[in-house]
Design a protein around this ligand. Structure first.
Ligand code: SF4
Length: 341
């Protein structure tokens, strides 16, 4: 099943209309009933809604078509060398999403029309590090596959990396619009990772996203198109029955993924963590949330950006690490665990 994001409102930055993709999007949306407007500056402060929860949901239905101004790419540890910004925010409503904090009061969705300039910049970053290979992450601030049916930017980016000897692309998604990229000449230079979780976590905390079954069907199609495939289990939670649920999840993945892919399959494992600020924002936007964020069940650690996070306690992290190491090597002996954090 393909999820087509349908915005409630589309706002065009005037300058975006001078780019081919901006013009193309303007023409596409002109044929729909979706309200459109053109603004000279892109700051969207007039978010509709009576309370933070409603404002957030409504904002996630706004699509801003804009120009990426800063072409200086941020670093992207631990998954890549640099971020590759094709879009910001996404239509999903995952309660724990870290973009809630980083985007603050501006959670609306932005797509960047200056794709040629973005790829030219990527080329410069690649050239600077030759003979080393440079790895780019296209989903550090967004889920780019969710917006692909409108923009086609991921397809272009995949084909750009398909021609690179020293550049690799990766992105992660919970969405399923894979038909839009299946025919791209990826040349094995793009790794597509699916963010998966137990049915319990998806149902309770990953609102507005496709089901596990639909994500796995999309992953199987990606594998059949020969893309290197990855699985991100994130965030990993400890809750009553987690061991059995994650084991079942690994079994379902095993059934769905073609066995020839196991040699190149990667896993990235990210345990749940939160900041005090994130907790406040989440409870404001999802007042009924059942997300476990009890400080006394966690250890507090200062991070590299000058603020602290609540991680699982050392003994819990040890338990999780062993559990996933053992189970992944049982079900996928040839797969690689890239990192556990
Ligand atoms: S799909 Fe990813 S980017 Fe979108 S809300 Fe969920 S966690 Fe955030």
């Amino acid at each position: 099943m393909q999820y087509l994001f349908s915005p409630e409102r589309v706002i065009f930055e005037e300058k975006a209309l001078s780019y081919p993709l901006g013009k193309e999007l303007y023409d596409k949306f002109s044929q729909s009933n979706i309200p459109m407007e053109i603004r000279s500056s892109m700051r969207v402060t007039d978010l509709a809604g009576k309370n933070p929860a409603e404002k957030y949901r409504r904002a996630k239905k706004i699509l801003a078509v804009t120009v990426k101004k800063s072409l200086s790419f941020s670093t992207c540890k631990p998954s890549a060398h640099y971020q590759l910004p094709l879009s910001t925010s996404c239509p999903g409503l995952c309660e724990y999403c870290y973009l809630q904090t980083t985007l603050g009061r501006q959670p609306y969705i932005r797509v960047y029309v200056n794709i040629e300039e973005i790829l030219e910049t990527a080329q410069k970053y690649i050239n600077k590090r030759i003979p080393q290979t440079t790895l780019f992450e296209a989903s550090a601030t967004s889920d780019p596959l969710a917006l692909e049916p409108w923009t086609g930017s991921l397809f272009k980016t995949i084909e750009f990396f398909g021609k690179q000897e020293h550049g690799l692309l990766r992105f992660v998604t919970k969405f399923t619009a894979v038909d839009y990229i299946l025919s791209a000449k990826h040349n094995n230079r793009t790794r597509v990772r699916f963010s998966l979780n137990t049915a319990h976590i998806i149902k309770n905390h990953e609102r507005g996203t496709p089901s596990l079954e639909h994500r796995l069907n999309a992953a199987a199609k990606i594998a059949s198109a020969g893309y290197p495939l990855g699985i991100i289990l994130a965030p990993i939670f400890i809750y009553s029955g987690w061991e059995e649920d994650y084991e079942n999840l690994l079994k379902v993945i095993k059934r769905k993924i073609p066995s020839h892919q196991e040699k190149v399959l990667t896993f990235e494992l990210i345990t749940h963590r939160f900041t005090k600020r994130a907790k406040n924002i989440i409870l404001e936007r999802f007042p009924q949330s059942l997300l476990e964020m009890e400080e006394n069940k966690r250890q507090f650690k200062w991070g590299q950006f000058g603020y602290g996070k609540f991680l699982y306690k050392k003994e819990d992290l040890g338990k999780l690490k062993n559990y996933f190491r053992e189970n992944i090597s049982t079900f996928f002996p040839e797969a690689k665990i890239e990192y556990f954090i």
